[in-house]
Design a protein around this ligand. Structure first.
Ligand SMILES: COc1ccc(Cn2ccc3ccc(-c4cc(N)[nH]n4)cc32)cc1
Length: 240
């Protein structure tokens, strides 16, 4: 998979050189390139924004630099991911879908967003997915892009050293929250590890974990008990 990110803050994407995406790059499983949107400006001030038509607070990102950037960076048929508060909810099912794509291009906006014609023009030759990370407001798309990239890259074959952990996520109690996890020491600040986990009785342990998943889900995410999509225990479809 190739991933390109276009942003006015390239340094915001430096974490992609670390840990999971960093190792995946070293293994040659993904190529990642970050591009400065101002590369495609031609005025002395390298202008990327202007006042919104119709009035209102803030500034809007101009279409021309974005159009030239996407022409240069995104080949026909690539998938353009545009983080926005107004996007479709990002969740594991969408991560699994994006993990099947050959090339993802992320358009990271700032200000009050990107001129809407950019996505409309891109949709003429790209798959365009406008995605929201959740019902809260960020200042730009870079943090969202980092989250989406991590959620997608970890699903790629060979990226997670322990594929079993991915498999376990996908075979837990479907669509429920993870059970609590513990490790040594067995006693810590007068807090103990549940005895069942020390019993070696794998059937009892599995039953306890299933019950803990259900208990947590009822307490924290009752919505998941009725949801028919969005669960994160989904394995990526085989690449097209
Ligand atoms: C209310 O309208 C607004 C429009 C844009 C902004 C700032 N901004 C600019 C680009 C950009 C990209 C993504 C996001 C974002 C995504 C999620 N889930 N929250 N926030 C925010 C973004 C603030 C508010």
């Amino acid at each position: 998979m190739r991933i390109d990110v276009v942003t006015v803050f390239p340094d915001y994407l430096r974490p992609l050189e670390l840990s999971l995406p960093g190792r995946a790059r070293e293994k040659g499983l993904i190529e990642v390139e970050v591009h400065d949107l101002r590369t495609w400006t031609h005025d002395v001030h390298r202008t990327v924004d202007d006042a919104p038509y119709g009035g209102g607070a803030g500034m809007v990102m101009k279409p021309e630099p974005w159009g030239e950037a996407l022409d240069a960076v995104a080949p026909d048929g690539a998938t353009l991911v545009v983080p926005t508060p107004a996007g479709e909810p990002f969740h594991q099912r969408l991560a699994a879908e994006l993990a099947t794509r050959e090339q993802l291009v992320f358009a990271c906006g700032r200000y009050e967003g990107i001129d809407a014609r950019v996505a409309a023009d891109a949709a003429r030759r790209l798959e365009v997915r406008e995605v929201s990370l959740g019902d809260y407001v960020l200042n730009g798309g870079e943090v969202a892009a980092l989250a989406v990239i991590e959620a997608v890259v970890r699903l790629l074959p060979g990226v997670l050293g322990n594929a079993a952990s991915l498999a376990e996520e996908s075979h837990g109690e479907d669509g429920l929250l993870e059970y609590p996890v513990f490790t040594r020491p067995v006693a810590w600040r007068d807090l103990a590890v549940p005895d069942v986990l020390l019993s070696g009785d794998h059937a009892r342990i599995a039953s306890w974990r299933a019950e803990e998943s259900r208990r947590r889900t009822v307490a924290r995410r009752p919505d998941l008990l009725t949801a028919d999509v969005g669960g994160w225990r989904i394995e990526p479809a085989a690449p097209a």
